[in-house]
Write a protein that binds this ligand. Structure first.
Ligand code: 5GP
Ligand code: ZN
Length: 308
């Protein structure tokens, strides 16, 4: 939204002290600096408040809140954290872009948390803040920069062997579009890795991306939790940006009116997703993600087989 401060932070127009970022969420330090590490977790997409935010985004924001809070306790020396949200002006929401506040806490820190945090001038520094804030005053760096360096979350590592879920990497490749295509899926669960791949003579890249996920999910059990990692914006956004809901609402017609391309594959995939707890994650393709690269190589091998 044009005049929204937080949208400008998301777009980079206004700088921030970033703590965490993923496809849905951005977390950064509150400019007020009224409590050490006061963090705002916001949806990247503009929603005026918690009540207008869609369910998927809401759950991703709270997933991030959980991750960041955990990180503050596990890695940054805090003992706990408060989480709060102000909805509507009457409840002191001042920025009309959905956000959640995190206040990292130490035992006996004497911080008084309220929906209007007590500002700097109003409370005793020794009572309300951790020592490290004063220590960094002599350096050239601003306090917030220093706090941010201490609290920032490391870039997430490749997820493999998450105890509670199946990790599924997929990729598709196509020589010419349309042309000979290949797909691959690498499933990993509790140390067991399964690799699947296949190809088709006359197909498209998007169909191969879809088949990678479909075949991967078909190898999982109904009811299982599956984290899918794909470099296909086509596949990931369809689930994470409500394309599918929109297509369903319009009887599987796209915005331009025609029937949604690859409808039969989408229907298959939607059915598989419905029977499982699936999370879609976008990874950068052709970069340093080992499993994504392995899938890419397998898919290309399938293409090569068809061209022999
Ligand atoms: P609310 O009162 O709406 O729950 O919280 C909005 C928060 O955004 C306030 O705590 C305020 O300090 C913070 N805030 C407002 N403008 C900016 C900004 O430009 N940068 C950052 N980092 N925080 C901001
Ligand atoms: Zn906004």
């Amino acid at each position: 939204m044009k005049d929204c401060i937080f949208c400008k932070i998301v777009s980079g127009e206004i700088p921030c002290f970033k703590i965490y970022e993923d496809d849905f969420v951005l977390a950064f330090l509150d400019i007020e600096n009224d409590a050490y590490g006061h963090t705002l977790v916001i949806s990247k997409k503009h929603y005026e408040s918690l009540v207008t935010c869609d369910g998927t985004t809401l759950s991703r924001v709270f997933d991030a809140v959980k991750k960041i809070g955990n990180h503050y306790v596990k890695n940054c020396g805090f003992d706990g954290f408060n989480v709060f949200n102000n909805t509507s002006a009457a409840a002191a929401q001042s920025v009309m872009h959905f956000h959640v506040h995190i206040i990292p806490r130490k035992e006996n820190d004497n911080i008084i948390v309220s929906n209007r945090m007590i500002g700097k001038g109003e409370f005793n520094e020794a009572d309300g803040k951790l020592e490290s804030l004063t220590i960094c005053k002599n350096t050239e760096k601003t306090e917030l920069e220093q706090v941010c360096e201490k609290l920032r979350m490391p870039q997430e590592k490749v997820v493999l062997d998450d105890e509670n879920c199946v990790v599924l990497y997929t990729d598709g490749a196509c020589s010419g579009n349309p042309g000979a295509g290949g797909w691959a899926a690498i499933l990993s669960h509790k140390g067991v890795v399964k690799t699947l791949s296949g190809g088709e003579k006359d197909t498209t890249n998007n169909r191969m991306e879809l088949l990678g996920v479909i075949n991967g999910l078909e190898a999982t059990k109904k009811g299982e939790t599956v984290k899918v990692f794909s470099d296909s914006a086509y596949v990931v956004n369809a689930f994470n940006q409500n394309w599918i809901e929109n297509w369903q609402r319009k009887g599987w017609h796209s915005a331009s009116g025609g029937e949604v391309l690859n409808k039969e594959l989408w229907l298959k995939l939607v059915a598989l997703v419905k029977e499982r707890d699936v999370e879609f994650n976008k990874v950068k393709g052709h970069s340093d993600n080992a499993l994504n690269n392995r899938c890419d190589a397998l898919a290309r091998e399938e293409v090569a087989k068809l061209q022999e």
